[in-house]
Design a protein around this ligand. Structure first.
Ligand code: BGC
Length: 432
């Protein structure tokens, strides 16, 4: 669990214009976010956002630090130029920048983030053990970009803050996507890693701030493999990953891995001659290719309501070049369901653990990520599991005391709000 130096949820009054970057799994997203706060004409539209997605080159996941930050700085430069921002900002008047860096990081302050380890299949040399903010700042200086890096945030904290900006009932920000994780507001007195006398916790009047957002990093839960049952497929995924032994919980439940678990099961069935018997003889390359099946594939299997499941059959043909027999189809649908149910129930365990530990009994869990947003049954299964753990009298998932909601844009808007709160805090401290 990591401290984040975000000391409060927003008031909803935060304003200003910010640049944000999000170093995601497949894209680099750059946004210009304008927060309207209370002056928003429409309560449902409290911000404006202009954004660009830059697809990472395939090689980026295993490049080195210098190439990574050069790439990021080039895209920032590109955005600044395309949006005409160089006319408004220069070396003396820099544009505030928020950086959403969704990997486990040790933060000594809000503008600092030492990467503990890459997750989600990233394996870029020279960043682990270093301050990602300092590395990016150095590249921005080299390129003379008129940007001032104000904060580094985790995507879960962004989801929590962005959602609380318009929904004060928000209690937790959760990401159920390529990776899995959640953040919540904790009382500072219960954070054992920090002494309440730590100067960094003091506000402008010298009082210790009462709250801090905690980035749980529960994707790393049970790395010692003492608690959760593992299948041999889980073990194989772990062994073949760039960081064996890490992110144990995430490898059982997050989007990056669900499709691969499905593929490994199919490969075993095929090896045992149980499926694709004739087709295997012709050599099936695609099924044997690691990560050739993604989680979207599983979502589509479970979402298929066509007669005779023609969509699923078409997908097997298009993605894997395989024809599926009726009995095979039945088995595949059941396997896809089992994998997704396990994933959703584990995701509920993570949130339930926070609620039990913190004594949270009501509120909204603002969720983002491809699994939460795109899997047809995730939210229902998640809610059912939460009901069972927390013992709600299930009155229907929308009326439970703790419900899952769709998070607002954490890595863009959330990141901008946190930058706004930090800048306001700096002003107050200077004035004091
Ligand atoms: C990272 C977390 C992140 C989560 C969701 C995990 O792999 O360790 O920092 O919040 O993915 O993106």
């Amino acid at each position: 669990m990591n401290v984040t130096w975000v000391h409060s949820l927003p008031t909803g009054k935060e304003t200003g214009t910010f640049l944000t970057i999000d170093l995601g799994g497949t894209n680099l997203r750059v946004c210009k976010v304008t927060l309207h706060g209370e002056s928003a004409k429409n309560k449902d539209q409290k911000y404006d956002i202009e954004q660009e997605q830059y697809k990472f080159p395939n090689s980026i996941k295993s490049t080195n630090a210098d190439e990574l930050w050069t790439h990021v700085a080039e895209k920032l430069e590109d955005f600044i130029e395309n949006k005409g921002l160089a006319k408004e900002y220069d070396d003396k008047n820099k544009m505030p920048l928020g950086f959403c860096f969704s990997y486990p990081a040790t933060q000594d302050g809000i503008d600092h983030a030492v990467l503990q380890r890459w997750t989600k299949g990233f394996d870029i040399d020279g960043v682990e053990g270093h301050d990602a903010a300092a590395q990016l700042r150095a590249k921005m200086e080299e390129k003379k970009l008129p940007l001032d890096l104000i904060c580094v945030i985790n995507d879960t904290v962004g989801a929590l803050v962005a959602s609380a900006y318009s929904d004060p009932a928000t209690i937790i920000g959760g990401i159920f996507g390529t990776g899995c994780n959640a953040a919540y507001m904790s009382s500072v007195s219960s954070i054992k890693k920090l002494s309440p006398d730590d100067e960094r916790l003091k506000d402008k009047d010298g009082n210790t701030r009462p709250l801090m957002a905690i980035n749980c990093e529960y994707g790393a839960f049970d790395n010692a493999r003492k608690v959760l049952p593992w299948t041999k497929y889980d073990a194989q995924i772990d062994e073949e990953s760039p960081r064996p032994g890490q992110q144990a919980f995430e490898k059982l439940s997050a989007g990056l891995y669900l499709g691969e678990i499905f593929r490994l099961i199919l490969v075993e069935f095929a090896d045992r001659g149980l499926i694709f018997a004739d087709q295997e003889k012709n050599g099936n390359e695609k099924l044997r290719q690691r990560y050739s099946i993604d989680t979207g594939f599983l979502s589509q299997i479970e979402n298929d309501e066509t007669e005779g499941f023609t969509d699923t059959r078409g997908m097997f043909r298009d993605v894997l070049g395989l024809d599926v027999a009726d009995e095979e189809l039945e088995v595949f649908r059941r396997v896809a369901e089992l994998i997704a149910v396990r994933g959703a129930r584990l995701c509920a365990c993570g949130v339930a653990a926070i609620c039990l530990e913190e004594g949270i009994t009501e509120g909204h869990v603002a969720a983002d990520g491809s699994v939460a947003n795109k899997h047809p049954h995730f939210k229902k299964r998640w809610a059912k599991a939460l009901d069972q753990i927390l013992g709600f009298d299930s009155v229907g998932e929308d009326q439970d005391p703790i419900i899952i909601t769709s998070a607002d844009d954490g890595s863009g808007v959330g990141c901008a709000i946190i930058a706004a709160m930090e800048m306001e805090d700096r002003l107050q401290r200077q004035a004091a």
